[in-house]
Design a protein around this ligand. Structure first.
Ligand code: TYM
Length: 333
């Protein structure tokens, strides 16, 4: 039987290779497996948990949609929409927020990282962000949720909330408990400047990440400048232990080449970094440049992007509004 897939990406600009390898590339693979039903969401409600400029947000919603399309998500096969166009997400979030416990949310490490030292000044939205994420997933009865490693804890919370709702309201199996889909070796792409830090859109150094809108020269230059060490490439996976930058570059290479880390090591062991970086840059350019070119061309056609979102929003609304009505009935409204 096919899987029911739901996932989302925030429209906060600077979509990067980590988002592609950890998430979007898998969205495309899952869409292309027969029998799967896929819903991919531009999560604009999540974006406003931190301050956004309204004009830039609108552009970023279109750019993230363009990135989905340019990467190979096909609006005829998958539902593509933006979260704020389906009101059930906000409604569901409120109801599930009354099921979730403070103690559970207090354990969320991403909130602690994002809120930084001054937690008092973080928005309440940022704190309850994983509850909205839970509503996203449960409204579509998703069986599987493809994400990068950093979302694992949020998905565990979604499972807990679904189970508690079913128990509290004596509605066994009503909310489907979703399974995370996290790639084994490539679910956490690291900064090109520091192999112990995640590649992230908020890193002040643009050299730390490859953006999905980078030019060929930018890609080549960033890989050339990526941090490495002085040893040649190892001949065994175990020897990557203390070499996070090397492990990361090999992970990027393997994922884009659709092969295991072990196979890449076999292919490249003993090579020096200048040679490996040349091979890697060529591969990244081959895979990412067509996406970048397509994003830059698609965002010029706002009418088309908006029509994709509108059509997707209508389809999403049909599913989500039915589920929220059932939820409301169960709650006693
Ligand atoms: P967001 O927008 O931060 O990231 C989008 C996806 O990219 C993955 N990702 C990475 N994967 C590997 N290496 C990295 N360096 C890296 N950086 C980001 C993320 O894990 C994610 O899969 N809360 C979510 C969006 C969301 C969602 C949902 C996801 C909202 N509702 C429902 C799944 C289901 C987020 O902020 O992702």
């Amino acid at each position: 039987m096919g899987k029911k897939i739901f996932s989302g990406v925030q429209p906060t600009g600077n979509l990067h290779l980590g988002n592609y390898i950890g998430a979007i590339k898998n969205f495309v693979d899952l869409q292309n497996q027969p029998g799967n039903e896929c819903v991919y969401c531009v999560v604009d409600l999540h974006a406003i948990t931190t301050k956004q400029d309204p004009k830039i947000l609108k552009d970023n919603i279109r750019e993230t949609t363009a990135a989905f399309l340019a990467s190979g998500i096909n609006p005829k096969k998958s539902i593509i929409f933006n979260q704020s166009s389906v009101s059930a997400h906000a409604e569901g979030s409120w109801i599930l927020g009354c099921v979730a416990r403070m103690g559970w949310l207090n354990r969320m490490t991403q909130f602690k990282e994002k809120a930084g030292k001054d937690k008092e000044k973080a928005s309440i939205g940022l704190y309850i962000y994983p509850v909205l994420m839970t509503a996203d997933i449960l409204l579509y009865d998703a069986s599987h949720v493809p994400v990068g490693e950093d979302q694992k804890q949020h998905l565990e919370l979604s499972r807990d909330i679904a189970q508690k709702f079913n128990l509290d309201f004596k509605a066994p199996n009503f909310l489907r408990v979703p399974e995370p889909l996290i790639q084994k070796n490539f679910s956490r792409i690291m900064s090109l400047k520091d192999g112990t830090n995640k590649m992230s859109k908020s890193d002040p150094s643009d050299l730390s990440r490859i953006n999905l809108t980078d030019t060929k020269d930018q890609i080549v230059n960033k890989i050339k400048k990526a941090k490495t060490d002085t040893e040649p490439l190892p001949d065994d996976e175990k020897k990557l232990n203390q070499r996070p930058e090397v492990e990361n570059l090999l992970g990027i290479y393997s994922s884009l080449n659709n092969q295991s880390l072990q196979d890449s090591i076999k292919e490249l062991s003993g090579k020096n970094f200048s040679k490996f970086k040349e091979i890697l840059a060529e591969l990244v350019v081959e895979k990412i440049l067509p996406i970048s070119t397509e994003i830059n061309s698609l965002i010029k056609d706002k009418r088309y992007i908006d029509s994709v979102l509108k059509e997707g929003g209508e389809k999403a609304n049909q599913i989500a509004s039915k589920k929220i009505e059932e939820i409301k009935k169960i709650v006693g409204f």
